[in-house]
Design a protein around this ligand. Structure first.
Ligand SMILES: [Zn+2]
Length: 94
């Protein structure tokens, strides 16, 4: 499915909100998304540059809800592949 997401121009990570009550920030904390899939909302701090994107994820709203509810946090934040801080365990299927 397609989800609305925000790519941070500073840390290059992409964040999206999984559920209505999910508040998620990018790696550097400048971009904050909320509102879930239906009520997508975002905030930009420190006049950071950003891009609104629609990304394709192979997930369902139920999976995203469970990920949020159980604090698994596998989804909602896509770290930049070029970042030196990228953990090797973070593999994202988009
Ligand atoms: Zn950032």
């Amino acid at each position: 499915m397609l989800v609305k997401a925000v790519e941070c121009g500073e840390c290059k990570s992409i964040v999206y909100s999984r559920t209505e009550d999910d508040v998620r920030e990018c790696v550097c904390g400048r971009i904050i998304v909320s509102g879930g899939l239906q009520y997508f909302n975002y905030e930009v701090l420190y006049k950071a540059s950003y891009k609104i994107k629609k990304i394709e994820v192979r997930l369902t709203p139920d999976l995203l809800y469970d990920d949020w509810y159980e604090s698994t946090d596998d989804f909602g934040l896509i770290r930049s592949e070029v970042s030196e801080e990228t953990p090797t365990s973070s593999v994202y299927v988009a």
